[in-house]
Design a protein around this ligand. Structure first.
Ligand code: SAM
Length: 220
């Protein structure tokens, strides 16, 4: 199978036709083999515009949403980026093809391990993976030029805002169920932040100290 053609088709149909113009993002999507980030047996669905199960009750997000989040993060070649919610590792892999260094944090050890193995096999060496609660960020690697949160929080975690450098962008879904909104928070000063609404989205919950609690009946 010619995977390059299949990837090009995905980018044209599910990404550029739906308005994504950032060429860093589309170039990365033409390169990163999404079929290597899905569960065995699901490879044939890897290029559909749909989330897929990756184990632990979690999903790899649909390509269009990942592209939208990365475009809105305005990533640059010199950037240091944090992703909260490594999952399969696909979004971190894309970011690693655009930015200088990626820090990626995941609460499920099995997913973090699997993602690390994928990065190793693909030779993506600029991604550090850690198991932990990303609602507290990754303080020892801060400040970040961009932070992408791939799970929905009840409110914007304070630590993530604080770990943005000046001009840094935080892309985060906020809310529960069908009421989630994608937000971009930009640090415009030492204590000043711009808050933009980017539209409705649907993500799995961010579970942690400054997020939903695992004990919440909706999220166990
Ligand atoms: N970006 C991922 C990809 O490309 O496959 C998809 C992420 S999936 C939609 C959301 C992930 O966030 C899940 O793997 C989940 O375990 C993780 N997660 C939820 N709460 C978290 C937290 N507090 N810290 C780190 N990871 C968290």
């Amino acid at each position: 199978m010619d995977m390059t053609r299949i990837r090009d088709h995905m980018v044209e149909h599910h990404v550029t036709r739906r308005g994504i113009r950032d060429q860093n993002v589309t170039a990365a999507m033409r390169t990163v083999p999404r079929e290597k980030f899905v569960a065995p047996g699901c490879e044939e669905f890897a290029y559909e515009d749909a989330p897929l199960s990756i184990g632990e009750g979690q999903t790899i997000s649909q390509p269009f949403i990942v592209a939208l989040m990365l475009e809105k993060a305005k990533l640059d070649a010199g950037d240091k980026v944090l992703e909260v919610g490594t999952g399969s590792g696909y979004a971190s892999a894309l970011i690693s093809r655009i930015a200088r260094q990626v820090y990626s944090i995941e609460r499920h050890e099995s997913l973090a391990l699997q993602a690390s193995e994928r990065f190793e096999k693909l030779g993506y060496r600029n991604i550090d993976v850690r198991v932990g609660d990303g609602s507290k960020g990754w303080p020892d690697a801060a400040p970040f030029n961009a932070i992408i949160v791939s799970a929905s929080a009840p409110q914007v975690p304070t630590a993530l805002k604080e770990q943005l450098g000046l001009g840094g962008r935080l892309i985060i879904p906020v809310g529960r169920g069908e009421e989630q909104r994608l937000k971009r928070i930009t640090r415009t000063g030492a204590t000043a932040f711009e808050d933009e609404d980017l539209g409705g989205v649907r993500f799995v919950p961010l579970i942690g100290e400054d997020a939903w609690t695992a004990a919440h009946p909706m999220y166990t």
